[in-house]
Ligand binder design. Structure first.
Ligand code: HSE
Length: 346
């Protein structure tokens, strides 16, 4: 039995989703995967910090948060550690970076991830910022320090889009990736087709835990563009940055555009695409009007889909959740199991 001690930097939707999963699946993970996964520290700039080297009860963390809205009354575990101190002092073997995403600078997540990797801690993060801003440096740091950088949750939450491609499809030669990669906008477009206005649809996506802390990144297409950058870097060996992705969001779409498509048996979808071509590659995010019999037309709500065009297999499509508390929380469990498998490989 391997014990993995987790330090959670940030305790918003995703961290709480993970705590719920661990409170329900702790015994199953022990018996089926031989891993004993314990949260030993939580540090949240607003909700406060707690730590216990032997492990905190995830259900108690959630109860406390539900009662008071913060963790400050969790005696004797409450402390005043900031993120840096938590990474240094908690004794965790895996740091989970769960602070809000900042696509322009990657901060504060980038600093936390570098600090953890330099200490030889494994990292799991659904946070796209550090990958978009400094992936080559993080890959090198992880390698130099014998640490694993888990990033499954950065694309399609817990739906294993990266794992499928990295472990099974790379050798088939990936020449194009296209998909619906943002749950918030797909949910909004669906709701607007059913008569909801833009603001109400966005508010619903936020309350369901799909949207980023700053939802403009979702509606302007930048969240999907960040996923294009990640796919290009990790799967196609293309040194893309956000500036290389032609990006248009859904805020220019009117209720009339959406109803007009519907009247013609069509749907608007925010499509993200990256393809190799004679000039190198073309990467884009833009709303497209597709007919009802298009394979992606049936992808509704916060569900996402990705189609890998490969040289050997042709098209391989994966459909599944693209956002959400439990859905993204589960991506962290996938990362932890991948860390377990990589570190215990003969
Ligand atoms: N805000 C993102 C989305 C979360 O709606 O898809 C998952 O990356």
């Amino acid at each position: 039995m391997k014990i993995y001690k987790l330090a959670l930097i940030g305790f918003g939707n995703v961290g709480q989703g993970l705590a719920r999963i661990l409170s329900e699946k702790y015994d199953f993970l022990k018996s089926h995967h031989e891993v004993d996964i314990r949260i030993v520290a939580v540090c949240d700039a607003i909700k406060g910090s707690v730590a216990n080297a032997e492990g905190l009860d995830p259900a108690e963390l959630l109860d406390q948060l539900g009662r008071d809205g913060d963790l400050r009354n969790m005696h004797p575990y409450h402390n005043d550690w900031n993120a840096t101190q938590t990474i240094e002092r908690s004794g965790a073997s895996i740091m989970l970076e769960l602070t809000p995403t900042h696509l322009a600078t990657g901060e504060p997540a980038l600093t936390h991830v570098k600090q953890a990797l330099r200490r030889g801690m494994h990292v799991s993060m659904p946070n796209k910022g550090p990958l978009v801003t400094d992936y080559p440096a993080l890959r090198t740091l992880a390698k130099e320090n014998g640490a694993v950088l888990g990033v499954e949750g950065t694309v399609m939450s817990g739906t294993p889009a990266l794992c499928l491609a990295r472990e099974s499809l790379m050798a088939a030669g990936i020449s194009q990736v296209q998909g619906i990669l943002n749950g918030t906008t797909n949910y909004m477009l669906d709701a607007m087709e059913h008569g909801c206005d833009f603001e109400t649809a966005l508010a619903q996506a936020q309350s369901n835990g799909y949207a980023e802390a700053d939802p403009s990144g979702d509606v302007d297409g930048h969240d999907a563009a960040a996923k294009v950058v990640i796919l290009g870097n990790l799967l196609m060996d293309l040194p893309l940055s956000l500036q290389d992705v032609a990006c248009e969001g859904i805020s220019g779409l009117t209720q009339e555009d959406i109803q007009s498509a519907r009247d013609n048996n069509q749907h608007w979808k925010l499509l993200a695409t990256i393809k190799r071509n004679s000039a190198g590659y073309h990467a884009s995010v833009k709303p497209e009007r597709i007919s009802a019999d298009h394979p992606l037309a049936s992808v509704r709500g916060a569900t996402n889909a990705i189609t890998y065009q490969t040289e050997i297999l042709g098209e391989v499509t994966l459909i599944g959740p693209g956002a959400g508390r439990m859905e993204t929380g589960f991506a962290l469990v996938e990362d932890i199991l991948a860390i377990h498998s990589q570190c215990n490989h003969d």
